[in-house]
Design a protein around this ligand. Structure first.
Ligand code: AMP
Ligand code: MG
Length: 415
């Protein structure tokens, strides 16, 4: 079955807004075995919409449309669909009642224009919208099945998942389902990880294993096809086991889990308190840690000491460390972490000091050089790293390096 995704709206065609619906729908359709082979984006313009709908009708079996179902004059989807199907629009009383009930709920009179949202091309099935006024439309027009959904992602997504997917399964004998499992790692480079996995990431292999990197987080996505989700999951299992065997401690989580979530959860689970002392990341590490609900149980807080003065006055870093070794040094990172731990009374303390750039580098201390410290009850560890000249990237990676140090500490010993 060939599918086309049509995204309607002048805000999309003009580049004001990104078409995220098209991306989301194509990914969802792939998972149920429907290949999307065309994407069209079209402005709120009647002739252009007719053209796109007719084209889609002639070349696709399934046409998934989002947008243009609102009550205003630039919302043309109903009209265009009726024209392409060669049928008139008819009134659907239950939809009007639904729309009226929504206005009642907000204590507002329903504008007359909203009546148009209860008009459907003859032969349509109405797709109810639990989160808004615009119902969706399911209509066979010639050889193509049109599914029209509202553009608002919050409304469109549950309608697709709860109504359209089961209906597609019932109506068409869909291809194999596609299931992904993503295993996420930190602490080694992309090519190093690829090498550790031998032939696993070879193209054309089944299941397919893809490797991607984002700010030093490496994701291995295993993709398998099967007659049903359970069968596809089973195909993934041996590869997942192999990846865990080979990569061990490099793995911090799966699917949507970010490094900072994994670390925060581990701290909470083990009830290990932590505090932070940051220079070049300016509080980013604290922000990352506090992204996880429940972190107040273990995160005591942090120092953001950007200047040398504050490193001395707030954190008690000895002035002679700064004059002898500089703020970006192993000694400074160690003193920051050690003093932070002592002053806050936390089990662990992490520190970050580095040169984010683009200026301020020297031959001995180039831009991108970062020291990360970790103080625990038994020792103070410092690691250093050197990345490129990109300020944003260096700062994010520095925070992640600090998080990873904490993660490994929690894995290896109780703190
Ligand atoms: P509409 O259903 O055309 O009235 O769209 C309502 C709103 O949904 C638009 O103003 C956009 O903010 C959003 N929207 C519509 N289409 C898309 C799309 N393809 N991707 C992301 N957002 C969209
Ligand atoms: Mg629109």
């Amino acid at each position: 079955m060939k599918a086309e995704v049509v995204s309607i709206g002048s805000e999309l065609s003009s580049g004001v807004r990104l078409d995220t619906n098209g991306q989301w729908l194509a990914a969802q359709l792939a998972q149920i075995g429907v290949d999307v082979i065309y994407h069209s984006t079209v402005a709120d313009d009647l002739p252009a919409n007719l053209d796109v709908f007719r084209h889609a009708q002639s070349r696709a079996d399934l046409v998934l449309v989002t947008g243009g179902l609102g009550p205003t004059k630039d919302d043309l989807t109903r009209e265009v669909l009726a024209e392409v199907a060669g049928v008139p629009l008819e009134f659907h009383e239950p939809s009007l009642q639904w729309i009226e009930s929504i206005f009642k709920m907000f204590n507002r009179p329903m504008p007359e224009r909203n009546r148009v949202q209860a008009m459907f091309p003859v032969g349509s099935e109405v797709i109810t919208n639990p989160n808004g006024t615009a119902p969706g439309i399911w209509l066979m027009a010639g050889n193509a099945c049109f599914v029209c959904l509202p553009g608002v992602p919050r409304e469109m997504k549950p309608m697709f998942t709860d109504w359209v997917v089961p209906r597609l399964r019932q109506e068409f004998s869909l291809g194999e389902v596609i299931v992904h499992r993503t295993i996420r790692c930190f602490g080694a480079g992309e090519s190093q990880i690829e090498e550790m996995l031998g032939d696993l990431t070879k193209r054309g292999r089944q299941p397919e294993v893809g490797i991607t990197a984002s700010e030093a987080t490496i994701s291995l996505r295993v993709t398998a096809k099967g007659a049903n989700p359970e069968q596809a999951q089973q195909l993934i299992e041996p590869d997942a086991r192999f990846i865990y065997e080979k990569l061990g401690e490099l793995i911090f989580g799966e699917d949507d889990v970010e490094l900072h979530h994994a670390v925060a959860k581990a701290l909470i689970k083990k009830n290990v308190t932590i505090s932070t002392a940051e220079s070049c990341t300016g509080g980013m590490l604290g922000q990352m840690l506090t992204d996880t609900p429940g972190i107040s149980q273990v995160y005591l807080g942090g120092y953001v000491t950007y200047s040398n003065d504050l490193k001395i006055n707030l954190l008690g870093v000895p002035a002679d460390i700064l004059s002898r070794h500089g703020a970006v040094s192993e000694e400074c990172a160690a003193a920051m972490a050690k003093n932070c731990r002592e002053r806050t009374g936390s089990d662990l303390a992490v520190s970050i000091t580095g040169i984010a750039g683009p200026d301020g580098g020297t031959p001995e201390k180039p831009v991108g050089l970062v020291y990360v410290g970790l103080a625990s009850s038994s020792e103070v560890k410092v690691r250093n790293f050197k990345w490129g000249n990109d300020r944003k990237s260096t700062r994010v990676r520095a925070a992640k390096m600090a998080l990873n140090l904490v993660r490994l500490q929690l894995l290896r010993q109780d703190c």
